[in-house]
Design a protein around this ligand. Sequence first.
Ligand SMILES: NC(=O)c1ccc[n+]([C@@H]2O[C@H](COP(=O)([O-])OP(=O)(O)OC[C@H]3O[C@@H](n4cnc5c(N)ncnc54)[C@H](O)[C@@H]3O)[C@@H](O)[C@H]2O)c1
Ligand SMILES: [Zn+2]
Length: 243
Amino acid sequence: MVTDITGYVASVYMRGISFGFVPTTLLAMVDACIGGKNGIDVGDYKNMVGTINQPDFLLYDVGFLKTLPHSQWRNGFAEVIKHAAIKDLPMFKELENFSILKYGKNKIALQNLIRRNALLKTKVVQQDEFEKDERRKLNFGHTLGHAIEKQYDLLHGEAVSIGMAFAARLSHQLIAFKGADRLLSLIEQYELPTQLDYDADKAFDLLQHDKKQESNWMNFVLLEKLGKATVEKIPLSILRNYL
Ligand SMILES: NC(=O)c1ccc[n+]([C@@H]2O[C@H](COP(=O)([O-])OP(=O)(O)OC[C@H]3O[C@@H](n4cnc5c(N)ncnc54)[C@H](O)[C@@H]3O)[C@@H](O)[C@H]2O)c1
Ligand SMILES: [Zn+2]
């Protein structure tokens, strides 16, 4: 949240001044400080106001994580699981063999994991900074996630986990994805939720305001298999049925 606000304020103050990030949460290290999206939530709507503007530098020190509360470790692992699910099957398998506790005790493994995630996101952003194509895949789990995060006062990672579980089940229904059970187990292994008794009408209303929506269909990220995502145009009526 701090990187988003800092990037936004620096981007509009005096029509923009240069800025850099020193991420201190796992979530910021593996995801939020990379890619230049600087967004502010408005009411229940996520990232309604913002810019895409890159920081001048990123400075990492994994030592900051020593004081990170356990809930924030879980929060960050949601984005790590997302990266593995959409682009990196070997990382998915590594995660299956680890846990939050094991990474907490193994500094080398943790550093490698953070570097791997930072590089994965950097590569996608360099390929498609303004989200015309490949970058859309990074929104896996975020369509429903964003529609429930503020409303139910969830951590971002919790909302995204519920969104990933939904997208995995939808992938099974629509394109015969076979890894849903494995993905749901991994999410639970990292102490994150896979379901929520949410208000489907309200979620659908918020979801339609998502920036990714175009007319009566929406670009939605599905999984073909573990480690491989695809972006499909899904009619809103179908999404509403599955919510
Ligand atoms: N811009 C992007 O690309 C991007 C990507 C992913 C997520 N996000 C956004 O990030 C936000 C989630 O961030 P958040 O609110 O969970 O994180 P946050 O920045 O609010 O930090 C979470 C908590 O951890 C504390 N904290 C931070 N570093 C600490 C440390 N080293 N030791 C102890 N405590 C520490 C903070 O004070 C805060 O209470 C969401 O709004 C999401 O939309 C943005
Ligand atoms: Zn996210």
